[in-house]
Write a protein that binds this ligand. Structure first.
Ligand code: DNO
Length: 356
């Protein structure tokens, strides 16, 4: 595995590359052109600038999170083929810049969803949290405003303000798009991009739906082992893989995370590791990475990754807001750096106890 850290790029992140390079074991950043809009073809010069900034700090760009997918590709309507052409151009740019992992998601309208971005925890920290009862009481059109008000002034990943300004139009575009339609549109997209992924050895790593069930009656297709295997088998190319995100798949306590890891052996191209604490069905909050702080057995998860030969980038995922840090919710420096240290420790112990 390669330990990495998500960084949103100059002007969008309170965390500096100079700080990231000092976290023991971090080799690279996972980044993106944060001001790009879904559907546009990326500019090679801008990607090179990101690489140069990282390299000045002894870091590589280990992958992109995300190259977002235009809604026309997800709905299968409008200008889908044109946007797929642009996506292919972006992948060419990334391949030529020696970047070989792209994380993306296929969630309609909203990326991840939370009911609170700053829920106080027993230890005085604040965390992102989800309560289905609160979500059920929210008008989806108000969702963006609710989250934006608690974003500490940062643009939240996946919640592009220009898309959210068209929220009613977006909901209308998904009317009549069933789970099967969404799945078929994903397969259509994947088949179209596989040739360029083969040419440049780019691993596509779809991010699971978060939470792992339909929200606001919008379909969800990457929610559990069965759906993931269906997707992997529909396009049986090694470049069609997943992001193993414990915090997303683990929103459903029925999901056995080590079992999913073993079932997806060889097709996990990226790992987001974090812990959640489940309070009740449909009600959870994010926790420190440590197993004892939440519901997941982080040792068993890491061991499954090690035993299945996972060698892609890992990053600590959302952290708590601690020590007075003001950052994008979930993406401060301190708790994610603690997460890195913990995950590195788990990996070292597991690998020394189980030499290959
Ligand atoms: C949230 C992230 C997601 C993720 C996308 C991938 O914090 O995990 O926004 O980056 O779903 O496309």
């Amino acid at each position: 595995m390669k330990m990495t850290f998500r960084w949103f790029g100059p002007g969008f992140d309170s965390v500096k590359l100079e700080q990231i390079r000092q976290i023991p074991g971090v080799k690279g950043v996972i980044t993106t052109l944060y001001d790009s809009v879904p559907g546009e073809a990326w500019d090679a010069g801008k990607v090179r600038t990101l690489k140069e900034l990282a390299a000045k700090n002894g870091l590589e760009v280990s992958g992109i999170e995300s190259v977002n997918i235009h809604d026309d590709i997800k709905t299968g309507n409008g200008r889908r083929d044109e946007y797929i052409e642009n996506y292919i151009k972006t992948l060419e740019v990334l391949g030529k810049e020696d970047i070989h992992m792209v994380c993306y998601n296929f969630m309609p309208v909203f990326d991840w969803t939370r009911s609170d971005l700053a829920k106080p925890r027993h230890d005085g920290s604040t965390v992102l949290a989800y309560d289905q009862k609160m979500i059920d009481a929210i008008n989806p059109a108000d969702m963006f405003g609710n989250l934006d008000a608690k974003s500490n002034g940062f643009i939240l990943p996946g919640w592009e303000p220009e898309r959210m300004a068209r929220i009613k139009e977006l909901f209308a575009a998904y009317e009549g798009v069933s789970e099967q339609n969404l799945f078929d549109n994903l397969v259509y997209f994947l088949k179209a991009i596989m040739p360029v992924c083969d040419k440049y050895d780019i691993n596509m790593a779809i991010h699971p739906d978060d939470p792992a069930w339909p929200v606001f009656d919008l379909p969800r297709i990457i929610t559990d082992k069965e759906h993931i295997l269906k997707m992997l088998n529909a396009v049986p190319n090694v470049h069609n893989g997943i992001t193993l995100c414990t915090g997303s798949l683990g929103t459903n306590p029925q999901n056995d995370l080590p079992d999913i890891i073993r079932a997806c052996k060889g097709r996990i191209h990226f790992a987001h590791l974090r812990n959640l604490w489940h309070e009740a069905p449909g009600k959870f909050e994010e926790a420190a990475h440590l197993s004892a702080d939440g519901t997941f057995d982080m040792y068993a998860i890491t061991k499954a990754l090690y035993e299945t030969g996972f060698d892609g980038p890992i990053r600590p995922d959302h952290g708590r807001a601690i020590w007075g840090e003001v950052a994008m919710p979930g993406y401060g420096l301190y708790d994610r750096a603690l997460g890195c240290a913990y995950l590195n420790g788990l990996w070292e112990a597991i690998s020394k106890a189980n030499p290959r």
